[in-house]
Design a protein around this ligand. Sequence first.
Ligand SMILES: Nc1nc2c(ncn2[C@@H]2O[C@H](COP(=O)(O)OP(=O)(O)OP(=O)(O)O)[C@@H](O)[C@H]2O)c(=O)[nH]1
Ligand SMILES: [Mg+2]
Ligand SMILES: [Zn+2]
Length: 363
Amino acid sequence: MNHLEAWGYDPGHADAFASILVDGVVPGRVIEEQRDGYRVLTEDGERRAQASGRLRHEAHTREALPAVGDWIAVTLPTAPESGVIHAVLPRRTALLRKEAGTTTTAQVVAANVDHVLLLTSLNSDLEPRRIERYLAAIWESGAEPALVLTKADLCPDAGDPVRSLGDVALGVAVHVVSALEGVGLDAFERYLMPGTTIALVGSSGVGKSTLVNALAGQTVQHVDAIRARDERGQHTTTARRIVRLPSGALWVDTPGMREFGLWDAGEGLSAVFEDIEELAASCRFGDCAHAREPGCAVAAAIDAGTLDAGRLAAWAKLQRELAFIRRKQDQRARAEFHRKNKRFSKMVRASTQAMKKRKGLDR
Ligand SMILES: Nc1nc2c(ncn2[C@@H]2O[C@H](COP(=O)(O)OP(=O)(O)OP(=O)(O)O)[C@@H](O)[C@H]2O)c(=O)[nH]1
Ligand SMILES: [Mg+2]
Ligand SMILES: [Zn+2]
């Protein structure tokens, strides 16, 4: 089998690649994202690479830059370890989050993934609000989400948590696993298909890398054994990286994320809160804010105990987050429009002046 096909390259990618008209480019995949560059894989093997100056210049947002999982067009200078990435092929799926901190830019957590596994540990409290937030982003990405409850060996009865998640993770597969004891790994067979890409996300210390190692049957990702009780400590994994498992599946291990800000995820939010949106459709007023208006079906469900008030509050909060992001994006689009407009009128002015000058000379 051709090298790249083993990493998921298919005729669709080849078509997209054919439209890139840069001399000497070959197709490749970003298999690791580092602080100061990338590791990429091509027919030629693995090497380091940087985004070209032009790609960096033309990328108005960080989102447009290469990310782990991306298919790319890259040139391979003869110097070893020196690839240059010229273009990113259109992404089939992309898991985005708002970059941590006060900036409003999107970060690509992983691109071209088929499934995203959200891991959460059974030895600490399940946080339904956090799970909803992640799931909204995963649904929006186009990949299929699944929930993995880890460290089952530390939890005498996983039945309760699994039941309590039924109302939070609607339509999402839930797997209970102990990577340490090798229990529950059978359920992962569907994520081990050759050439499929699976991303692991979740807080630091939940056991993402340990699960990768368990499925690889050997240590491929570093895990700090003495960290077991220190969940708030340093991140063990520091780079987003694709590990190719013996089955041929491609698993993207990621560093734990402290905060997961939603990016534009309107549809994802609707998927996660389908129950509330269905109720809202039968409120008396079309613009019901579900704040005790007469005929509010959402409030009625809370009163009847069939809907958790915390879940409604979470939905409203995430809606506000999205509205904020959209406002910022609009502002940015307006600024960009004015900038371009200014450049354009300057150009027009300059050419009119040149024309006048020419006419003057002609006379
Ligand atoms: N008891 C028990 N401990 C586990 C299990 N899985 C992982 N651990 C421990 O949890 C700690 C963290 O595991 P990691 O796999 O490094 O967690 P991670 O999610 O990759 O963390 P980051 O790389 O920091 O994001 C390690 O000490 C593991 O040995 C499990 O199934 N049972
Ligand atoms: Mg890790
Ligand atoms: Zn209502």
